[in-house]
Design a protein around this ligand. Structure first.
Ligand code: GMT
Length: 373
């Protein structure tokens, strides 16, 4: 059993969800887990005997224009590592977390190992801030082990950062005790009638998610069959999307549900998930939907083809090809046999290939490797 420090962004977002769920499952297996973050991870939920939360406090000094968060985090990591005799720090993102963990390792000594998981965000960050290139590269090159959430992300990391070191692919996972088709008949009737289909999109409404394409797809679908669209999440594009919905006269067919934590329940309301992103290193929500028996209509980018099997658990189209996406959604929504077959295949694939138990064991194998070295 290991003593593990975990650092992630504890807010809504796939990497925070994965890091938090991983911590909980590791604790269930008997490991001692210490979250070192600036806020309580949002899905931590109930009390666990062997999970501790260590808050990173950032003081504001009149002398500094910017509070030194990264240094506070590195110092906190070192303090917790020493006090709790941590074997390793498992950090999510190369910047700033891997770089902070490497600093902590210098403060504490070489016996503290650093495992870095890449979620794709480092690459997105690089897209708008080239000045971080060297810092991201250092974080990846100098970690004791690096994992990435898809083969596509490994390829992109190698291409952009000219990195040859081993990177282990460890897919994201779902806990089958949480993600399964829920009985939501009563709740469903509050959103749609029996004759209406429900389409769903969940994201942080960043431009990269192309939520405007979600609305375009829905606009086409509802002109053929009675349907409703549920939009879950909030973010920078939210107002634009609202305006688009109004301009298309879809106000009474599109429901904005804001940020939600209990997504398994909401996903179970839906017939199809729409994920037309510009970029997606994995697409955790497509996996969550799959586990609840909901097929995904998505774009054919990044790690999405590794998650959504075209013609088996959903359909993939070129980015921006909303006509094709609408046609695919209609295929699923108008052919009961096809839908039932996809639904079965979704549950089966999510609960085998992406089962939490299997993936957590893959992370433990990475830990075994670095600690034994
Ligand atoms: O997609 C986002 O905006 C959030 C971001 C994150 O860092 O949480 O998601 C990234 O990590 C998720 C968990 O591994 C992946 O499922 C998402 O595909 C990935 N986002 C992108 O690559 C854009």
């Amino acid at each position: 059993m290991y003593r593990i420090g975990i650092t992630c962004y504890p807010t809504h977002g796939g990497s925070g969800v994965v890091a938090t769920e991983l911590g909980k499952l590791l604790a269930e297996k008997g490991h001692e887990v210490h979250f070192i973050t600036y806020n309580m991870p949002f899905r931590l939920g109930k009390f666990y005997r062997n999970i501790c939360y260590h808050e990173v406090e950032v003081n504001v000094y009149p002398l500094f224009q910017y509070p030194p968060y990264d240094l506070s985090l590195a110092s906190k990591m070192a303090e917790v590592a020493e006090q709790k005799k941590l074997d390793l720090l498992h950090v999510h993102y190369a910047v700033p977390h891997a770089v902070c963990a490497l600093l902590a390792k210098q403060m504490v000594g070489d016996s503290l190992k650093v495992v870095t998981t890449l979620h794709g965000t480092d690459i997105t960050v690089l897209g708008y801030d080239r000045s971080l290139h060297k810092a991201i590269r250092l974080g990846i090159e100098s970690s004791d082990a690096v994992t990435a959430v898809s083969d596509s992300l490994i390829g992109e990391t190698r291409r952009l950062f000219h990195i040859n070191r081993p990177i282990t692919r460890v897919y994201n996972f779902v806990d089958p005790r949480v993600y399964y088709p829920r009985h939501v008949d009563r709740l469903r009737s509050e959103y749609a009638s029996d004759t209406e289909k429900i389409l769903l999109h969940i994201s942080n409404f960043r431009k990269v998610k192309r939520v405007d394409d979600v609305v375009k797809v829905f606009h086409a679908v509802q002109s053929h069959i009675p349907a409703k669209l549920l939009l879950v999440g909030e973010g920078p594009e939210w107002s634009e999307v609202r305006q688009q919905v109004n301009q298309l006269g879809l106000e009474d067919r599109v429901m904005f549900l804001g940020k939600q934590d209990e997504v398994a329940q909401i996903i179970s309301l839906a017939d199809v998930l729409l994920l037309p992103s510009e970029k997606e290193s994995f697409g955790l929500v497509a996996l969550e939907a799959m586990a609840c028996g909901v097929p995904t209509v998505a774009s054919n980018v990044g790690g999405l083809p590794e998650v959504v099997e075209h013609g088996v658990t959903g359909f993939l189209s070129d980015v921006g090809n909303t006509d094709d996406m609408a046609a695919n959604a209609l295929k699923l929504l108008t052919d009961r046999d096809l839908f039932d077959q996809f639904r079965k295949q979704c549950i089966e694939r999510a609960h085998t290939r992406f089962a939490a138990q299997k993936i957590v064991a893959e992370y433990e194998a990475v830990y075994d490797h670095v600690v034994a070295r």
